[in-house]
Design a binder for this molecule. Structure first.
Ligand SMILES: Cc1ncc(C[n+]2csc(CCOP(=O)(O)OP(=O)(O)O)c2C)c(N)n1
Length: 319
């Protein structure tokens, strides 16, 4: 298997295996607070983030474990953060929704729907002001598109010609609300960029290669011409909105879920690799073994890490 295909498969599988353990550990009470899993959407973060340079920037909504891992954050420190341990990425004070890793240009997970689009615009402005050629990529859900911050942010990004790639992960639900109940023109989400004269694109978010290629186009444009793009990645989450809301049946049928599961990138991508003779069963099994070992090591690290003392808890608090 070539290095770039291995990277794509390995990253998607790491996210899946990591979060399978997160779900177990949450149920055991080892992880608390809000916790939103990315199960089903792995091809979006993986494809998009592998199209970036190491000095580019990434901002994400609260469903952020996968993006942090894809960006190269240490799985041990991500897991420790979820445990609330002092060895976590944010010393255990951010938790699941607020991962942050400056060393990898990962400028945060954000819990307020749509808020970080404005922050991404600010990062884009900073890049331009400093005369850099980095790009900022901002991930958010379809729910954010109905909020004012989406429109304010696209307006300024287009007006000021900023190198921002907005990636809307259209998983077709905002919590338990189907997109068509909440959004006008739900089948034309990406066209909303037209209102701002911004380039836009739509891609199959279950196809990691397509996501990588289309985001790469937008990134090239942003770097060369300092222009923004809105990309809609059509995807689907296989689990509940969050660990506190694991409902499947209330707002979607079992049949709908199972139909989407046939498009699971962790089934379709390895099948494609095998069909094209690009990977053997042994190649794929080796990646799975490696990834499971990384996750085991991350859990052991988080378990063994110290909890914060009361003095540490009071540090970094501004009043
Ligand atoms: C401004 C704001 N309003 C409401 C909420 C509560 N809330 C949290 S997640 C969510 C759904 C957002 O759905 P979407 O943007 O499609 O992302 P998804 O969870 O589907 O990935 C809502 C309404 C919030 N966090 N922020």
């Amino acid at each position: 298997m070539t290095d770039d295909l291995t990277l794509l498969y390995r990253t998607m599988l790491l996210i899946r295996r990591f979060e399978e353990r997160v779900a177990e550990l949450y149920t055991l009470g080892k992880i608390g607070g809000f916790c939103h899993l990315y199960n089903g959407q792995e091809a979006v973060a993986t494809g998009a983030i592998t199209a970036l340079r190491p000095d580019d920037y990434v901002l994400v909504y609260y469903r952020d474990h996968g993006h942090a891992l894809a960006r190269g954050a240490d799985p041990k420190r991500v897991m420790a953060e979820l445990f609330g341990k002092s060895t976590g990425l944010c010393r255990g004070k951010g938790g699941s929704m607020h991962l942050f890793d400056v060393a990898h240009g990962f400028l945060g997970g954000y819990a307020i729907v749509g808020e970080h689009l404005a922050l991404a615009v600010g990062v884009g402005l900073a890049i331009k002001y400093r005369g850099g050629d980095q790009v900022v990529t901002c991930f958010f859900g379809d729910g954010a598109v109905n909020g004012g911050m989406f429109h304010e942010s696209l307006n300024l990004a287009a007006l000021w010609k900023l190198p921002v790639v907005f990636v809307c992960e259209n998983n077709q639900f905002g919590m338990g609300t189907p997109i068509a109940v909440a959004m006008s023109l739900p089948d034309r989400l990406h066209e909303k960029a037209e209102a701002y004269g911004m380039a836009h694109d739509v891609v199959d978010g279950m196809d990691v290669l397509a996501v990588r290629d289309r985001v790469a186009d937008a990134v090239r444009r942003a770097r060369a011409e300092q222009t923004s793009t809105l990309i809609e990645a059509k995807t689907y989450r296989f689990v509940g909105h969050s660990m506190r809301d694991p409902a499947h049946g209330v707002y979607r049928t079992r049949e709908e879920l199972e139909a989407h599961r046939t498009q699971d990138p962790l089934k379709t991508f390895p099948r494609l690799l095998k069909d094209k003779g690009l990977a053997t069963d042994e190649d794929l099994a080796r990646v799975d073994r490696d990834v499971r070992a990384i996750v085991d090591e991350a859990v052991a690290f988080a378990e063994a890490s110290p909890t914060l003392s009361s003095a540490e808890i009071e540090e970094d608090v501004y009043a």
